[in-house]
Design a protein around this ligand. Structure first.
Ligand code: ZN
Length: 339
């Protein structure tokens, strides 16, 4: 993080510039819908945007779009104690965001702002809104009370009611470049070897790189998953079906299962890539070098052309997951096809 506090976000330059410009020009939409897969930084950007909006010193800062981090609002905001921010999300034991939860939100919006002039609403996983809940939100999304700003976040555009989408300003988050992720990790002082490994593992998702960098436990869990994935490459068809059954039981039933499965396939992609590196004796380019022995063994047994086809299959499976095709079928197809 640089010393001069800017928005500490990796990548998404266009989105940041758009939001900063709207802050500067005071052209704030009633409702934004941030779309994009997990770990891209949607919530980070939403929170920074809100903080900038309420910071009393913002207009005195460099480009009038950077929170000062010192005023009472910034301080309250950083401690998660900002009273005019309401966060709506699915309760842990529930399947959806209920209409009762939306009623509480509407009550909050009917009160005057506590301290700032703004009332801010963050709705996480907007695809979790029940139809009733979404319907009861529509009116206020269309004509909110003055100085009310909504940011809805979703990983799954197809599951967000179209009535909500049509009332929001859409902002799409894409994966960021590896160069941006690795530059950031370098700046944080990580060893070059680790920077390289985390950058490849993150596959354009800054949140994942940061998780793995910040927390050795996460990194170890990741390595454990890699080790657990390896036996599949030596499995016969019966063992493959066992593995499919196991993964299927672990996948969330709901739509987010698609993202989970895409991550799972991404891990196999990483292993396949490493098998190729191992085949060409490019040991220093192997990412999962905690399992380099097994990779060597696999690379000597498998045909390199088959591995390349497997990599293509993994990418096409991830592409299919974005379409309206049953994830279980994609899972089966992927496991059966790989060599
Ligand atoms: Zn401030």
């Amino acid at each position: 993080m640089s010393l001069n506090f800017d928005w500490p976000v990796i990548g998404h330059a266009n989105i940041l510039s758009f939001l900063k410009t709207s802050l500067k020009n005071k052209r704030i939409a009633h409702a934004y819908l941030f779309l994009g897969e997990k770990n891209l930084g949607k919530e980070t950007v939403a929170r920074l945007f809100f903080q900038s909006l309420v910071c009393v010193n913002r207009e005195k800062t460099k480009d009038s779009a950077i929170p000062c981090q010192k005023c009472e609002f910034c301080l309250a905001y950083k401690k998660d104690g900002f009273p005019d921010l309401y966060t709506l999300k699915r309760l842990e034991e529930k399947n959806q965001i209920s209409i009762e939860q939306v009623r509480l939100l509407l009550h909050f919006l009917s009160l005057r702002p506590h301290s700032s002039v703004y009332k801010l609403v963050l709705i996480k996983n907007a695809e979790d809104l029940s139809l009733e809940a979404a319907n009861s939100l529509l009116k206020i999304l269309e004509e909110p009370p003055p100085n009310t700003v909504f940011i809805l976040i979703s990983e799954n555009e197809r599951a967000v009611p179209s009535t909500v989408i049509s009332r929001s300003q859409l902002i799409r988050f894409n994966r960021v470049s590896s160069a941006e992720i690795s530059a950031y990790l370098k700046e944080r002082g990580l060893a070059p070897n680790l920077v390289r490994r985390l950058t490849v593992l993150a596959q354009g998702r800054p949140g994942l790189a940061l998780d793995l960098a910040a927390d050795n436990v996460n990194y170890k869990n990741y390595q454990a998953k890699i080790s657990a994935s390896l036996p599949l490459f030596k499995a016969n068809i019966a063992q493959k079906f066992e593995a499919i059954k196991k993964i299927r039981s672990e996948l969330a039933v709901r739509e987010e299962g698609r993202n989970q499965l895409s991550e799972e396939i991404g891990r196999y992609q990483g292993i396949l890539r490493d098998i190729i590196m191992s085949h060409y004796s490019l040991e220093n380019l192997i990412i999962n070098n905690s399992v380099s022995g097994l990779l060597k063994e696999l690379s000597s047994k498998k045909k390199i052309d088959n591995i390349k086809t497997d990599i293509k299959t993994s990418f096409s499976s991830q592409a299919l997951l974005k379409k309206n095709i049953n994830p279980s079928l994609i899972l089966e197809n992927f496991f059966i096809k790989i060599s």
